[in-house]
Design a protein around this ligand. Structure first.
Ligand code: PLP
Length: 386
């Protein structure tokens, strides 16, 4: 049985954090220290046995042939686009509502982002995508994001890929272990990319990421791209990156965190079910409808009907941390000003999300008492007419 740290059960005012890395350390610190010792004692720090072993564990868990550890999730997306043959200026359909890294990876690979609006659940609108892709057959690349851990419609994504001959990199940075209709997210695109940034569902003790694929040739190319474009020592065949997952992070992931991912994901689902049950009658918040069971609940997004800032102030007064995912549309970011990109549809739904979304705390160390405290504080919003 997982034990909830005692202080969480007795205190009604301890802060409820968006992420609790101290609680994580209490749980996994011993295993992390042993993993660090393994690496130190091995005398090998970069691209060694630990990375290979972790890549094998991850690929097996995911049900894909190959995993290639990278320095971070953004590089994994960039490398995936490069090995799929993206050429400078090629258009890449993607979502305007995501971590900026999704689009930045496209830009760094030389692509031209084409933004399409999201659905009422916050994820890329695949029907709109089909319209845009049909009208613009020159778009051959797509980076869909399984945002918040909610898995996009994989059947429709597959039909898009087949009908339109697309090259797809699924951004699974928030959706590791997400399954729908008996298959995993990340298995429809030619490549999947994921991130081990500490806040992610499988978070390392620092940066990390991976590219996954069933195609051994793509994996071999990706291994070159991540390591200065080397085909063999001092033989550089590509203008590659320096983007390797290091032995320390690989060992920590493989020995301390991956073995707990299933249980952590189940806890996330239980918390999401609790929120659904408790927030249904809260007028101040709209809880977007999504498939409770396929999502891995990286975040729990709700939409404020009233003044978002005042709602968050109230929650903060109850020591509850909130966050916005995301407060600005990607094409509106300053860094996009000099970039070549297109906005293919009105982005009104995505814009509504940037203005009204609030992420409630959701991580594997929240106890029942915490979830009930968040729900109670949300119910107070109605009494306060917020
Ligand atoms: C975190 C994240 C990334 C980038 O991953 P890094 O490891 O931080 O580079 C990309 N896409 C999404 C959707 C993310 O959440």
């Amino acid at each position: 049985m997982e034990r909830v740290p005692l202080r969480r059960q007795v205190s009604s005012t301890s802060p409820i954090l968006a992420n609790d890395f101290r609680a994580l350390w209490q749980k996994v610190g011993g295993d992390v220290q042993r993993a660090v010792a393994r690496v130190g004692e091995s005398g090998w720090l970069i691209l060694g046995k630990e990375v290979t072993a972790f890549e094998q564990s991850l690929a097996r868990l995911w049900g894909l042939e190959q995993a290639v550890g990278c320095g971070n999730g953004m590089d994994a997306i960039e490398i995936a686009l490069r090995v799929l043959g993206l050429k400078p200026g090629d258009p890449v359909l993607t979502t305007p509502l995501s971590a900026f890294a999704t689009t930045l990876a496209i830009l760094r690979a030389g692509g031209r982002p084409v933004f399409v609006d999201v659905t009422e659940a916050g994820g890329l609108d695949l029907s709109l995508s089909r319209e845009v892709l049909t009208k613009h057959p020159e778009i051959k690349f797509m980076v869909p994001v399984h945002l918040y851990g909610h898995v996009l419609d994989l059947d429709e994504l597959e039909r898009l890929r087949e009908d339109l001959g697309l090259k797809i990199v699924e951004d699974c940075a928030q959706s590791i272990l997400g399954r729908q209709g008996g298959r995993n997210c990340g298995t429809v695109g030619q490549c999947a990319a994921t991130s081990f940034y500490p806040t992610k569902n499988l978070g390392a003790m620092g940066d990390g990421g991976a590219l996954l694929t069933n195609d051994p040739e793509l994996a071999a190319q990706a291994r070159r791209w991540r390591d200065y474009g080397q085909a063999a020592k001092y033989v550089h065949v590509l203008p590659g990156l320096n983007s390797r997952l290091d032995e320390l992070q690989a060992a920590i992931l493989n020995h301390a965190l991956l073995p707990r991912l299933d249980r952590f994901t189940e806890t996330r689902r239980a918390i999401a079910r609790g929120y659904y049950a408790g927030l249904g009658e809260v007028r101040a918040l709209e809880v977007p409808v999504t498939d409770l069971e396929s999502s891995v609940w990286h975040l729990f997004p709700v939409l404020a009907r009233g003044d978002r800032a005042r709602i968050c102030e109230h929650l903060a007064s109850r020591s509850i941390q909130t966050a916005f995912h995301y407060p600005q549309l990607i094409p509106d970011q300053q860094a996009m000003q000099p970039a070549a990109f297109e906005v293919a549809t009105p982005l009104s739904v995505a814009r509504r999300w940037t203005q009204h979304e609030i992420s409630l705390p959701l991580h594997p160390f929240l106890g029942d008492v915490d979830v009930q405290r968040v729900i109670a504080a949300c119910r107070e919003l109605d009494l306060l007419r917020l």
